[in-house]
Design a protein around this ligand. Structure first.
Ligand SMILES: [Zn+2]
Length: 108
């Protein structure tokens, strides 16, 4: 599959990257040391980050492809351990993170 980067879907990759750089709630920059990789597969990383400032957490899916790095994320009240548990129980999948992301974006 070869795709032209200029024909990418109308999304905003910079927003995705901003999502894992700054807290969406208080806009403090994240401490990368607080990021925790929960899952890794097919070049995609599922990452949990907790904001040191306001304590809110996000779960982000970071995908590396020939087009570069894209990331999607959502605000959650789950801890990294919760996410892992849900994932192991099949309650949370990367697909769900993605569909949740589409939901968020359609609301914007
Ligand atoms: Zn915050």
């Amino acid at each position: 599959m070869k795709s032209d980067p200029r024909k990418r879907l109308p999304q905003q990759p910079s927003d995705g990257l901003k999502l894992i750089s700054y807290c969406p709630l208080c806009e403090k920059s994240y401490n990368p040391l607080r990021a925790r990789i929960l899952d890794e597969r097919d070049g995609a990383h599922l990452v949990h980050i907790q904001c040191a400032e306001c304590g809110s957490s996000i779960v982000a899916l970071i995908m590396t492809s020939s087009l570069g790095v894209t990331s999607v994320g959502l605000i959650t009240d789950l801890t990294g351990d919760d996410v892992l548990r849900f994932k192991d129980e099949g309650k949370l999948t990367a697909d769900e993170v993605l569909s949740f992301h589409s939901l968020l974006y359609s609301n914007n």
